[in-house]
Design a protein around this ligand. Sequence first.
Ligand code: FES
Ligand code: FES
Length: 167
Amino acid sequence: MTAAAGVGLTVNGDPLTLVAGPGATLLDLLRGAAQLTGSKRGCNSGVCGACTVLVDGRAARACLMLAADCAGRDVVTVEGLDGDPNAAVLGEEMAKSGAVQCGYCTPGIVVALTDLFRSAVEPPDAEAVRHWLGGNICRCTGYVSIVEAAVRAGGRCVGSEPGLPAQ
Ligand code: FES
Ligand code: FES
């Protein structure tokens, strides 16, 4: 893409055509033209996970994807998880554990874990959660509270109807 051009894609269920400049990334598109600022820009180089969104249902780093390559894709940001039962359970458990401090990493972690809960065949244990979140950096919490919350939420979401209390 050498000049600004329209990119047609679906964002949070809405078909949109967004104008992307040369070299623009999906993160640029979401935070700019789409005015969805839930996806955070941390490292802008694929390391921190703050920009994680779902692309065609799987977690991906928006800062690494060229906007031009997202034509026809289905993108879900953290805003699009409003009302998602897995994300709601996770939010409850993260609040109980004090797993949110400054909150900058939280959208990426919520999106990443939503992908885990949807794709896992059994509730993830702490090791599985740590492995899954290996690319999501949090500078505040030390991860213990995040992992505890994710394990409890996974127990409620994976293999059962999301939202039900843990057995
Ligand atoms: S901002 Fe995309 S991985 Fe850090
Ligand atoms: S809560 Fe601050 S970076 Fe994770």
